[in-house]
Design a protein around this ligand. Structure first.
Ligand SMILES: Cc1cc2nc3c(=O)[nH]c(=O)nc-3n(C[C@H](O)[C@H](O)[C@H](O)COP(=O)(O)O)c2cc1C
Length: 182
């Protein structure tokens, strides 16, 4: 079994946004595909242990921001390298509300989705969803392959710089410096 062989499957990189009692949450995903065009439906595979997974199950809905190749690496780090259990991710990134859900500025496109069916796998929930709202944006959609080849180092560096700035702000007693939310 060559795990790297699966990298030959083309996929994009997205920020999923959702909400539950604790507020907005969200994370980076690559496991999102269109399943049918008419009606417009998508499938999202979401890891069980993420806060995003619990919030999608609680609310039955989520937004998708389609990242662009020129995305700030901090966006991938903020949403992909840490859990919403420890930080209000959306407070750190400019966003709009669409259908009551957070969507990033400057996306290649965005969608708002309702979960129609859920299949529980061993490690992931497979959400089959209808696309309730959508809008095309501008720019080149980011692929997972482009991220791995050209952005990974910058993303790790951006995360380290973010954590350092956060620690300094907390030490200085600044308000809103990534308050844990339980
Ligand atoms: C490049 C990349 C791709 C990812 N793809 C997925 C994915 O397809 N599905 C998923 O559930 N998590 C995926 N993750 C992991 C989540 O983004 C990560 O666990 C996140 O911290 C979860 O945050 P949450 O607890 O706030 O939901 C990916 C992370 C990265 C960096």
């Amino acid at each position: 079994m060559d795990d790297k062989a699966l990298f030959a499957i083309s996929c994009g990189l997205y920020v999923v946004g959702t909400h539950c009692e604790e507020g907005f949450s969200g994370c980076i995903v690559d496991a999102l595909i269109q399943s049918t065009a008419f009606p417009a439906t998508v499938i999202l595979c979401s890891q069980h242990q993420t806060r995003t997974n619990g919030c999608i199950k609680a609310s039955g809905q989520f937004s998708v921001s389609v990242l662009r190749e020129d995305v700030d690496p901090l966006v991938v780090a903020l949403f992909g390298f840490q859990s919403s259990r420890h930080i209000q991710k959306w407070n750190h990134i400019p966003h709009l509300l669409r259908g009551g859900l957070p969507v990033l500025h400057n996306t290649a496109a965005w969608y708002v989705c309702n979960v129609v069916h859920t299949l529980e796998l061993a490690t992931h929930s497979m959400f089959h969803c209808e696309v309730r709202e959508s809008e095309m944006g501008e720019g080149v959609p980011l692929t997972y392959g482009h991220y791995r080849e050209h952005m990974k180092t910058a993303t790790v560096a951006a995360f380290q710089a973010f954590k350092k700035a956060q620690a300094a702000a907390l030490a200085a007693g600044a308000e809103g410096a990534g308050q844990p939310i339980g």
